[in-house]
Design a protein around this ligand. Structure first.
Ligand code: SF4
Length: 212
C-alpha cells in the first residue's frame, strides 16, 4: 500500500468519522433482506420499512411463507416492490434448501443464493461476519475512479484493483469511507470539491481545474 493511498485513506477517515453500515439489522438474515431492499432506495427508507417487516418476518422460513401480497404491501415504500418481493422469497427458499436456513458466511456460498450478486455477498461477509471485503456500489465505483485510486471500467475490476491498492485490514472500512464520501461530498452531479480534503490528490479535480 503506497503512502499516498494511506494518506487518502486517513483524509477520508477524518472527513467521515461516522462512516459505517447505515442499514439497521440484528443478524445476517436481517442484513441480507435489508441489502436486497436497498437497491434504488435510501437506507433511511429501508430502515423504516424493515422496522415493520421484521416484526412479522424473523427467519428465512417466515419470509418464504408470508403471503406475497402482504409482503408487497409492507415493502411497497422501497420501490420495485414486485421484483423485490419475488427476490426476497426466492432468496429465502434457497437459504432453506441449500443451507438449512442459515445465511452463509463466505462469498462463494452467498452467491449461490437466488438474487445475490457479488456486491450483496461482500456486504454480508463484511458487516454480518466481520470479514474483509470491498463491496463496490455506485458510490465506491464513482469515487475511487474519480480520485484516481483505480482506473477501471467495471465494479468487479474496481473491487479487485482496490484490494491490491489497500492493505486487507482496511478493505471493509474503505468501502464505508468511499460510500460516505460519495453520499455526502463527492456527489455524482455536483461534487463539493471546495470542502473536500482530497483536492491535492484527486485526478478529477485536477482535470476540471486545467479545463477552466
Ligand atoms: S476533489 Fe471533488 S471530485 Fe475529487 S474527491 Fe473531492 S469532491 Fe470528489
Amino acid at each position: 500500500m503506497t503512502s499516498k493511498n494511506l494518506e487518502i485513506y486517513k483524509i477520508l477517515d477524518e472527513m467521515h468519522p461516522d462512516a459505517g453500515c447505515e442499514l439497521n439489522h440484528l443478524n445476517p438474515f436481517e442484513l441480507i433482506v435489508a441489502v436486497i431492499l436497498s437497491a434504488q432506495c435510501t437506507d433511511k427508507r429501508v430502515n423504516i420499512v424493515t422496522q415493520d417487516l421484521f416484526k412479522v418476518v424473523k427467519t428465512p422460513e417466515d419470509l418464504a411463507n408470508i403471503d406475497r401480497a402482504e409482503l408487497e404491501r409492507i415493502i411497497y415504500p422501497c420501490g420495485f416492490y414486485h421484483n423485490k418481493a419475488e427476490n426476497l422469497q426466492k432468496m429465502s427458499k434457497s437459504v432453506i434448501e441449500l443451507f438449512n436456513g442459515e445465511i452463509p458466511d463466505n462469498r462463494e456460498d452467498l452467491m449461490k443464493l437466488a438474487g445475490v450478486g457479488r456486491k450483496t455477498a461482500n456486504v454480508v461477509m463484511a458487516e454480518a461476519y466481520g470479514k474483509n471485503a470491498i463491496a463496490v456500489d455506485t458510490h465506491v465505483f464513482r469515487v475511487s475512479n474519480r480520485i484516481g485510486l483505480v482506473k477501471e471500467e467495471t465494479p468487479e475490476a474496481t473491487e479487485l484493483a482496490l484490494m491490491k491498492a489497500f492493505d486487507e485490514e482496511k478493505w471493509s472500512h474503505l468501502h464505508h469511507l468511499l460510500i460516505f464520501h460519495g453520499r455526502y461530498t463527492c456527489d455524482a452531479r455536483k461534487p463539493k470539491c471546495d470542502e473536500c480534503g482530497l483536492k491535492k490528490y484527486c485526478k478529477f479535480y485536477k482535470k476540471e481545474q486545467n479545463l477552466k
